[in-house]
Design a protein around this ligand. Structure first.
Ligand code: ZN
Length: 313
C-alpha cells in the first residue's frame, strides 16, 4: 500500500491541493477559486471538497496527513490563524481541529512563506542544504527560515516576518501595512515598485513611465526600464539596495550558506541583482569571508504546495 501526503496552498484567490509521494514526487494538483466573499462555512467546505477530490484518486493508499500553507499569522500549538488580511473570515477560528474532525486525518497549518521555504529545502534550490532563508517578493514580502532542516518558528509560530526588516529609518519613509515605516516590503515588493513608479510619474520625472500612468504594474516598470528609462531603472536599483540591506542583516545574523528569492518580480533579476549583491557585500563581513550564496528559488509558486506536504512527512 503506497503512502502519500497532501499539500494545500490556501490563497486569497485560489485554493490548490496536490498529492505527493514521500520521496517528493507530485502526483496531481487541482486548483479551485477560494471565493472568500461567500463566508467561512463555504470556504471550509471548498477546502474539504478539494481535499476529498484528490484523496478520491488514492483509494487503497495510505494518507499520511495534510499540510496547509496559509497567508497569515498562525498560533501553531492551537492550530488557529490569528491574523490574515487575505482571509479575514478565518481569523481566530479553530481551523486545524475543525478540518481534522471533518477529514478524520492529521492536519498541520503553517504560514505560507514558511511552507515555501520548506518546499525549496525539500525539492527546490535548497536541496542538500539544512539552513536557508527564503524571501518571497510579491504584493508584500514574506520570509521563511529553515534551520537544521526545520522551519524556525519562534515561541508562537510567528518568526520569519522578514518583510518588516527596517531598511529606511528616515522620517517620512513609506508607511508599511504592519504599522511601521521604511520596512523592506515598502522598498522591494511588487507593490513598492508600483508605488515608486507612481511617485516618479507624479513628480514628472519619467516620460517613459508617464505613458503607462493608467496601468502601472511591476512588469510595466520593468519594460520601461529595459527601454532605457533612467528613472525606471533607478527604481530597481533602490529595490536592489533595500534587498542588499535586508540580506546583510540576515547573513550577519544567521551565517547560513544559502539565501533564496522568489516571486514574479524575479524576472527583473538582471536589473536589481547587481546592486543587491554589491550592497550585501558592502554590509556583510560574513559574506565577504565565506562562500555564502544568494540565488533564485526554483519551485516558483509551487514551493508552498511542496512545503505543505513535507510538513506531515
Ligand atoms: Zn512592515
Amino acid at each position: 500500500m503506497p503512502d502519500y501526503a497532501i499539500g494545500v496552498d490556501l490563497g486569497g484567490t485560489n485554493l490548490r491541493v496536490a498529492a505527493f509521494r514521500p520521496e517528493g514526487q507530485m502526483l496531481e494538483k487541482i486548483s479551485v477559486p477560494t471565493n472568500i466573499g461567500a463566508g467561512r462555512e463555504h470556504l471550509i467546505q471548498t477546502i474539504t471538497e478539494g481535499i476529498r477530490k484528490v484523496t478520491g484518486e488514492h483509494l487503497g493508499e495510505r494518507l499520511l496527513g495534510i499540510g496547509i500553507g496559509v497567508p497569515g499569522f498562525i498560533l501553531l500549538e492551537k492550530g488557529i490563524i490569528t491574523k490574515s488580511p487575505n482571509l479575514p473570515g478565518l481569523e481566530n477560528f479553530p481551523m486545524r481541529d475543525e478540518l481534522e474532525q471533518r477529514l478524520a486525518t492529521k492536519v498541520i497549518l503553517e504560514n505560507d512563506a514558511n511552507a515555501a521555504a520548506l518546499g525549496e529545502k525539500w525539492m527546490g534550490a535548497g536541496r542538500g542544504v539544512d539552513d536557508l532563508v527564503l524571501l518571497t517578493l510579491g504584493t508584500g514580502i514574506g520570509g521563511g527560515i529553515i534551520s537544521g532542516g526545520q522551519v524556525l518558528h519562534g515561541y508562537l509560530g510567528m518568526a520569519g516576518e522578514l518583510g518588516h526588516i527596517l531598511v529606511d529609518p528616515r522620517d517620512g519613509a513609506a508607511a508599511c501595512g504592519c504599522g511601521s515605516t521604511g520596512c523592506l516590503e515598502t522598498q522591494a515588493s511588487a507593490t513598492a515598485i508600483v508605488r515608486m513608479a507612481n511617485e516618479e510619474i507624479q513628480a514628472g520625472r519619467s516620460p517613459g513611465l508617464a505613458r503607462h500612468a493608467d496601468a502601472v504594474t511591476s512588469a510595466v516598470v520593468y519594460e520601461v526600464a529595459m527601454e532605457g528609462d533612467a528613472e525606471a531603472r533607478s527604481i530597481f536599483e533602490r529595490m536592489g539596495r533595500a534587498l542588499g540591506m535586508g540580506l546583510s542583516v540576515l547573513i550577519n545574523t544567521f551565517n547560513f550558506p544559502l539565501y533564496l528569492l522568489s516571486g514574479g518580480v524575479l524576472h527583473a533579476w538582471d536589473l536589481f541583482a547587481p546592486v543587491m549583491l554589491e550592497e550585501t557585500r558592502k554590509r556583510s563581513l560574513t559574506l565577504r569571508q565565506s562562500d555564502t550564496r544568494i540565488d533564485k528559488a526554483e519551485l516558483g509558486d509551487l514551493a508552498g504546495l511542496y512545503g505543505a506536504a513535507r510538513l506531515v512527512l
